[in-house]
Design a protein around this ligand. Structure first.
Ligand SMILES: [Zn+2]
Length: 54
């Protein structure tokens, strides 16, 4: 699990899962008690792409 940041500054947790010969990045919104999977930034709505997160 890694912490990355959207260009808008929102922190996103990224988990990498094996998907055949490559890895699939799965994004989660950090929460206190649980993680909810997201495909877009919860603040700015940008589609999350591992290459666009810093
Ligand atoms: Zn954002």
């Amino acid at each position: 699990m890694q912490r990355r940041y959207c260009p808008c500054g929102t922190s996103i947790l990224v988990d990498f899962r094996p998907a055949g010969p490559t890895w699939l990045a799965v994004f989660f919104k950090p929460r206190l008690l649980f993680r909810s999977r997201v495909s877009r930034c919860p603040r700015c709505g940008a589609p999350l792409d591992i290459d666009s997160l810093s």
